[in-house]
Write a protein that binds this ligand. Structure first.
Ligand SMILES: *Cc1c(COP(=O)(O)O)cnc(C)c1O
Length: 367
């Protein structure tokens, strides 16, 4: 059997006629950049997540950067985030000129440790980026209360957490902004790079819209020098089609996670993901911990199972982060988890027989 980590081909085959029709409409209208199809997507995304404004942009990374920049983050400021994330979270901070301040993670949720967030706040701290890692929501009630108490801005990194909820409220709607990636492999994926910022702040919406389109006030009149981070019409059209299925796909992901859990919970040597009492996890990744990670991963791979590691190296130990002056041992929880995690194949269309096959190989590999 061959089982991919994510199966984008199967998903496409299931919705091919609708996608082809949507693409041909964009081409017929030559609506290549922004325009009607991006606007339709923005409106649908806002109503789906119960938020006032969605601003389509070029990627999740640009959504994070534009949010920080529009909130006034600048050189000399500090922005707190997790050491267990994709590098883009930190790149967006560095791109504004601000200093990323990393914190360790909670060993159960894998999200940033909120005690350490509190103790890392200095007079220079301006913002926090909670990352809803693997699709598991951060405790946003506590995070927002820390932020309010210290007058800090909050930019949520929801790149892995479309439709995840904390305390019955969608992630992305707690902070000043919520940032989404539609990289093809994400829970809601475009057919190229794309992203979005959501916010209830109308002023901020205007600032970000202008900033991602060359600081343009009207045609060939520019208020500021800015950036090109626009969304393509094709991506807007593809996302509008896929959005009709995202609710269903999310429930399927949760059902797949429940199947994995029910088989793996009794295996002593496997630690399964935990969903907190107020959390609705959307399982962008289904991540387990095992003792002998590299050996187990090799066994899975040799059996045709494309399991992965998210992530093998935490941010503070990345070669690119040497300037931060971090050392091995600084964040022991994240370091330990990075040496133990495996992401098992996770996509809505995965079959029960495939899950059985994966868990059978895994049971043998851990013993
Ligand atoms: C994917 C991802 C991003 C970046 O999104 P792009 O669309 O690839 O730029 C940022 N943060 C996290 C946690 C991600 O997983």
């Amino acid at each position: 059997m061959k089982i991919p980590l994510v199966d984008l081909v199967k998903q496409y085959q299931n919705i091919k006629p609708e996608i082809m029709e949507a693409l041909s409409r964009v081409l017929d209208d030559a609506a290549f950049i922004q325009g009607k199809y991006v606007q339709d997507f923005e409106n649908a995304f806002s109503s789906m997540l119960n938020t006032e404004n969605t601003i389509g942009c070029s990627s999740g990374t640009s959504a994070l950067f534009l949010s920080l920049k529009a909130l006034g983050i600048q050189p000399g400021d500090e922005v707190i985030t997790s050491t267990l994330t994709f590098i883009a979270t930190v790149e967006a901070i560095v791109e504004t000129g601000a200093t990323p301040v990393l914190v360790d993670i909670d060993p159960v949720s894998y999200n940033l440790d909120l005690d350490q967030v509190e103790s890392s706040i200095t007079s220079k701290t301006k913002a926090i980026i909670p990352v809803h890692i693997y699709g598991n929501p951060v405790n946003m009630d506590r995070l927002m209360s820390i932020a309010r108490k210290n007058n800090l801005q909050v930019v949520e990194d929801c790149a892995q957490a479309h439709m995840a909820k904390y305390n019955n409220k969608f992630v992305g709607t707690f902070g000043d902004t919520g940032c989404f990636s539609f990289y093809p492999g994400k829970n809601l994926g475009a057919y190229g790079d794309a992203g979005a910022v959501i916010t209830s702040n109308g002023n901020l919406t205007g600032v970000i819209r202008k900033m991602l389109n060359h600081g343009r006030a009207e045609k060939y009149l520019h208020d500021t020098l800015a950036y090109n981070h626009r969304m393509d019409g094709i991506q807007g059209a593809v996302l509008s089609v896929k959005m009709k299925y995202i609710q269903q796909w999310t429930e399927q992901r949760r059902a797949v996670a429940a199947q994995y859990n029910s088989i793996l919970k009794d295996i002593e040597k496997v630690i399964i993901p935990q969903e907190g009492p107020l959390a609705k996890h959307v399982y962008h990744l289904y991540v387990i911990q095992v003792d002998n990670r590299d050996k187990v991963l090799k066994t899975l791979n040799q059996a045709g199972i494309e399991a992965g590691i998210h992530y093998p190296v935490p941010i503070h130990l990345q070669p690119a982060m040497q300037v931060g002056g971090y050392q091995p041992g600084d964040f022991p929880v994240a370091e330990k988890i990075c040496s133990r995690v495996i992401s098992l194949p996770m996509f809505p269309e995965i079959k029960e027989v495939e899950i059985s096959y994966i868990t059978d190989i895994l049971k043998k590999a851990v013993n």
